[in-house]
Design a protein around this ligand. Sequence first.
Ligand SMILES: *[C@@H]1O[C@H](CO)[C@@H](O)[C@H](O)[C@H]1NC(C)=O
Ligand SMILES: *[C@@H]1O[C@H](CO)[C@@H](O)[C@H](O)[C@H]1NC(C)=O
Ligand SMILES: *[C@@H]1O[C@H](CO)[C@@H](O)[C@H](O)[C@H]1NC(C)=O
Length: 364
Amino acid sequence: MKLAIATLLAAIHLASAQSPIYDYSQCLPGTAPSSSQSASAPAPTATGGSNGSGLPFLGGVNTAGYDFSVATNGSFTGPSSIPPASQYAHFAGQGANLFRIPWQEMTPTLGGSIDQSFFSTYDTTVQAALATGAYVIVDLHNYARWNGEVIGQGGPTNAQFASIWSQLAAEYASTEKIIFGVMNEPHDLPDGTADWAQSVQAAVTAIRQAGATSQIILIPGSSYSSAQTLPTEAGPDLLKVTDPAGGVGKLVFDVHKYLDSDNSGTHADCVTNNVQVLTTLVQWLQENGNRQALLSETGGGNTASCETDLGQELAYVKSNSDSIVGFSVWAAGAFATNYVLSVTPFPNGTDQPLWVQAVQPNLP
Ligand SMILES: *[C@@H]1O[C@H](CO)[C@@H](O)[C@H](O)[C@H]1NC(C)=O
Ligand SMILES: *[C@@H]1O[C@H](CO)[C@@H](O)[C@H](O)[C@H]1NC(C)=O
Ligand SMILES: *[C@@H]1O[C@H](CO)[C@@H](O)[C@H](O)[C@H]1NC(C)=O
């Protein structure tokens, strides 16, 4: 999500980024997906089948915090904010069965070993979420970048990218309910989406070779994982990604979509319920072997417009879960209760209005 990093890391992170953090191009007029490109996409060689992931309908929330801290040289300086573990039982008690836990820069040196001290802290959070019986998305929240440079496109090599996934997949190889979120919000890819799909393939192959052969892997496209541009931008390239474990049903497209005027997820008010965009996405998924997507970021302010629009969007997802297998709302965790998109519960244990009005009715 763009706001988290921009708001909390503005000075340090923006100083190191070569490309602008903000890119609202996915929401500008004239960028609506056309069907011409997807029509020319190759037919998938293996079908995802109907509900190819085998996942139940998933609904829940992003618990942010570990993604708040990163050094300008790209090294991770230690968790600045730990999502409160108590939130997992709180939300699971209402039916939530999906938690996405972002983190950044877990390897102090590029291509090196995971910092075991950081990993053990992160894993304590993951285990608290898993203890509720929920699925947990391990989300590498790096925008396809390291120190401002793009993976496989001038920055880290695909082998360096694969290395971190190899190490993490080994940690969770026998944990069935881990979902590997290969990368948060790739954007402004200088060499394009075909090259990016090769980076994704390197991560997928590394995860399987590390022994994590049964878990779901979320594969992200471009334009900040845009649900709107997937069918015409990165989707045709991502259809070529194969799964060494067999089939493609366990490769689920990772998509994001906000509801504010510029699709940035930075405004309190919503202007769309996204049903049109998601209908186009569902059609594309069905036409390409009944593949599936997961809406891993969406959300709005605690306002009447968002309560209505987000509620309609999530109801659409729930009733089309054969294709869009679930959602996680942005965001709770270490966010303050007055953050513009906050669904962090209040200290007295009650929930935010948006959560009560729009999310709760659409949980599994
Ligand atoms: C997908 O299939 C599994 C196994 O048959 C089933 O338990 C699950 O409810 C299905 N999920 C959806 C979203 O229909
Ligand atoms: C990156 O910066 C951090 C914080 O200043 C420092 O601790 C670390 O040693 C640096 N790493 C490299 C590889 O320069
Ligand atoms: C809980 O706190 C919130 C935020 O301060 C407040 O709006 C709400 O009325 C409180 N609820 C109860 C039951 O005290």
